[in-house]
Design a protein around this ligand. Structure first.
Ligand SMILES: Cc1cc2nc3c(=O)[nH]c(=O)nc-3n(C[C@H](O)[C@H](O)[C@H](O)COP(=O)(O)O)c2cc1C
Length: 207
């Protein structure tokens, strides 16, 4: 069982990476493989609705000069997904949305019926809106959405600060345990009746 985690941020070791790493680490503890891929900081095209992917039927975006098809190749082999986005103007970052839209259009079968979760990372505002936006595409792809004990959000401004969001990190760990549990249930692997939980660790902006 393998989960592909896609980091939409151009900042390689930033706050979204920290949140995704917490998920990846917990998945591995649960016996599930996890790989984080970075969208990176090179140009990413948007879908131009050319329909070439449908016409050719090769399951690839016609634009082969950015990360989209590389991530798609990995998606085909994954059993589940986590998409992580920094919040930009109350929305997911544009490059991540562009890659998601192109991948789903070019090769929906790489995603259909596979569990998915999204996470949003913000300094202060717009995180729930970005989180909801990310969920939209997957909810029309027959993908079971994995939840946690709260919306999948973490807070931090400068790279590294999200590690101090102890509740956010706990939300990420619970998300990972829930995803591992769901995957095991789906695959007929023996597991517990419910995923394990931690004692709730609530916090707010002023601690
Ligand atoms: C263009 C841009 C727009 C942003 N818009 C928001 C916003 O609407 N709300 C917010 O809370 N943070 C906003 N931020 C801050 C980032 O979401 C925040 O610093 C986040 O931790 C970055 O994650 P990263 O380190 O993974 O890139 C914005 C940052 C940038 C660069």
């Amino acid at each position: 069982m393998k989960v592909l985690l896609v980091n939409g941020s151009a900042i390689k070791d930033g706050n979204t990476f920290i949140a995704l790493s917490e998920i990846a680490k917990t998945l591995q503890t649960e016996g599930v493989d996890a790989e984080i891929v970075q969208i990176g900081n090179k140009p990413v095209r948007g879908c131009i609705a050319c329909g070439t992917c449908k016409a050719k039927g090769n399951g690839r975006c016609t634009f082969d000069d950015d990360v989209c098809n590389r991530i798609l190749e990995k998606a085909e082999k994954a059993d589940a997904f986590v998409f992580g986005s920094p919040v930009y103007y109350g929305q997911p970052n544009g490059a991540l949305l562009a890659v998601i839209q192109r991948m789903l259009y070019a090769k929906g079968d790489a995603f259909r019926f596979k569990p998915v979760a999204n996470i949003a990372v913000a300094r202060r505002g717009g995180a729930t809106a970005a989180f909801q936006t990310l969920n939209m595409a997957f909810q029309m792809m027959n993908m079971p959405i994995v939840t946690s004990q709260y919306w999948n959000l973490a807070y931090g401004r400068n790279p590294g600060e999200a590690a101090q969001d102890s509740e956010g990190m706990q939300t990420m760990r619970q998300l990972a345990r829930n995803m591992a549990w769901m995957l095991k249930k789906f695959k007929g692997v023996e597991t517990t009746e419910h995923p394990e939980t931690e004692p709730w660790n609530p916090m707010n902006f002023i601690r």
